[in-house]
Design a protein around this ligand. Structure first.
Ligand code: LR7
Ligand code: MN
Length: 562
């Protein structure tokens, strides 16, 4: 009996040892798919230097750093030479060339660790095992080598290899063409170089057209992606290809390159001058958010970092390629996505760091201000309908500036049968307050004479020419605001004294509800709504009398006051 038990224990022990070895061997065995192969190879290399084929050098930490890949496997890329090829000279201002502290960036490892800034509940979210791969498009113009490399390596190191089809660099005519060429020695990295400066908008379109995956991911050239940044975005887009999604954009300090968590309850907004700003999620939405991993609907995206289905990108008209250099394309894309049947969201479980700068380190051939005006003006003219007047009111310098032809974009909007800007305001961004209409000042002409007030109780006709105010208490005020049903001068309104023919008309403090103050146009006359009588300048005081269209004293011709 005891012998049987001893045998059983021995068999179990051997089985356990064999099982453990099998498990370890399985875990380290070269895989058939290229992506998972590079994943398992790289983990070993990263931790132990060059790996000897066949050696069973598995260590505990290999499995605790799941998605770390050795991107440099089989690569001719010489990182040291690449980085040292472009270093700050002694005494050089480290901010001059890139508007961030290049010295600090150069000092940091291209594979530095960053804090996982997600809400802790994000770690428990699961994704489809067969998410589609993406092409990552990064455009750049004279980016610092160390930041650009860190952007690329963070993507390769913190993404499941099978999800990265390729990284397409679009070198927007940087002064040194080697920046891009050298990086293309890294596996999966491709380099396209513009033959002239195009700006980020046309560059992204070029990158997107070269992409071979069905999903596009855009990144700025000075980012670091964080743990599981990609999966939440691919998941949302695969579930519904009309969603355009972006991560929470964390802050990489432009001074010391510290990686700082951004607030998780912000969304993208703007004011009427089309100036982008981060804003709090409206309070009602905030209250109803019980799950911090849920997407946040956003009226606009910041613009640089987002994932979009390639077919949907093309269907919706890519970008407005007549926009130059920088700016405005994020509004144009955001309005278009929402108004033409898609949606925009920020996914709190996806985090990407970005170096926010205080100035542009590069030149704008047409000037910074003019370029921004041209680009935003195109967005306003194509997408904002009558609401573009508020853009012009907020940005008067945009009036009269040339902005090229928008015929093609208007045709695109028509073809896609998109909603109106009014619809966008009502359904997507009701928090954007529409300014009160600027009151238009008019004169009420009768031949060469105009209706004027000389104090509150004395209305009459005076020469239209000559200076006149718009306040009823100044002598000779001839400027009126005609805002049905009221006809007013500042806060005083035309009012009848009684409802019978011949009753005198005077000025009284405006009161929307007072039926004595309500008027409407009738042909070329002005009719009092309740009595049905017409404003009459008959010799003597201004009164109301039976409407007679031919009567010159009842004919009022409203014209803009000069
Ligand atoms: O002529 C140029 N050609 C380029 O390829 C000018 C710029 N670029 C590149 C540049 O190297 C960088 O990779 O375009 C990218 C964006 O330029 P930045 O980093 O100088 O601009 P930014 O970070 O201020 O830009 C934000 O707004 C832009 C409006 O046109 C773009 O949409 C950027 O992508 C966008 N960046 C982000 O959304 C990251 C988060 C910042 C915020 C808010
Ligand atoms: Mn940027």
């Amino acid at each position: 009996m005891r012998r049987i038990r001893a045998n059983a224990i021995a068999i179990l022990t051997v089985a356990w040892i064999l099982g453990t070895f099998y498990y370890l061997w399985q875990d380290n065995k070269p895989q058939t798919s290229p992506s998972s192969a590079s994943q398992s190879r790289s983990t070993a290399t990263r931790n132990h230097g060059q790996r000897h084929p066949g050696r069973l050098d598995i260590h505990r930490e290999d499995r605790t750093i799941p998605l770390i890949v050795n991107t440099m496997q089989g690569s001719h890329f010489d990182e040291k030479a690449y980085l040292s090829g472009k270093q700050l000279k002694a005494g050089e201002d480290p901010y001059r060339e890139h508007a961030f502290n290049q010295q600090e960036s150069d000092r940091l490892s291209s594979e530095r660790a960053i804090r996982d800034t997600r809400h802790y509940r994000c770690a428990a979210v699961t994704f489809d095992p067969d998410l589609p791969p993406t092409s990552v498009v990064i455009t750049f113009h004279n980016e610092a080598r160390s930041t650009l490399l860190r952007t690329i390596k963070s993507v390769l190191l913190r993404s499941p290899p099978s999800l990265i089809q390729e990284i397409i660099l679009v070198d927007d005519f940087s002064s040194d063409s080697e920046d891009c060429q050298l990086l293309a020695q890294i596996p999966k990295v491709k380099c396209l170089r513009n033959g002239r400066r195009e700006g980020l908008i046309r560059s992204r379109v070029r990158g997107a057209e070269a992409a071979t995956a069905s999903i596009l991911t855009f990144l700025d050239s000075h980012c670091e992606v964080n743990t599981e940044w990609l999966q939440p975005m691919l998941q949302r887009v695969r579930e519904d290809h009309t969603r355009v999604v972006s991560p929470i954009i964390d802050v990489i300090s432009l001074d010391n390159f510290a990686y700082l968590a951004a607030s998780a309850d912000l969304r993208g907004g703007f004011d009427w001058s089309l100036h982008f700003k981060w804003e709090q999620i409206p309070i009602d939405q905030k209250m109803s958010r019980t799950d911090p991993t849920q997407p946040i609907r956003t009226p606009v995206i910041a613009g640089g970092i987002f994932v979009m289905d390639k077919g949907w990108f093309n269907h919706l008209g890519q970008y407005d390629t007549q926009m130059d250099i920088w700016g405005g394309e994020n509004f144009e894309l955001s309005f278009r996505v929402w108004m033409c049947g898609g949606s925009l969201e920020i996914l709190p479980c996806s985090r990407v760091g970005h170096v926010f700068r205080k100035r542009h380190p590069y030149d704008f051939p047409e000037g910074n201000a003019l370029t921004y005006i041209k680009n935003t003006k195109r967005a306003a003219e194509v997408w904002m309908d009558e609401y573009k007047q508020y853009y012009y009111a907020a940005r008067p310098s945009a009036q009269g500036k040339s902005f090229g032809s928008i015929a093609e974009r208007l045709e695109l909007r028509r073809r896609l049968n998109c909603n109106s800007f009014r619809w966008y305001l009502d359904n997507v961004y009701p928090e954007l307050k529409v300014p009160e209409r600027e009151p238009v000042l008019s004169v009420l002409r009768q031949g060469s004479l105009c209706l004027e007030s000389r104090g509150l109780a004395n209305l009459g006709l005076g020469e239209c020419k000559g200076s006149a105010g718009s306040t009823p208490t100044t002598p000779c005020s001839r400027k009126w605001i005609i805002a049905e049903p009221l006809i007013r001068q500042q806060d005083h309104c035309l009012a009848i004294s009684a409802f019978s023919s011949g009753s005198k008309v005077t000025l009284e403090p405006c009161n929307q509800k007072d039926s004595r103050q309500k008027w409407k146009p009738k042909g070329s006359s002005l009719q009092h709504q309740v009595s049905g009588l017409c404003l009459d300048s008959q010799p003597g005081p201004v009164v109301i009398s039976q409407c007679r269209p031919q009567l010159a004293s009842q004919t009022w011709d409203p014209q803009p006051a000069t």
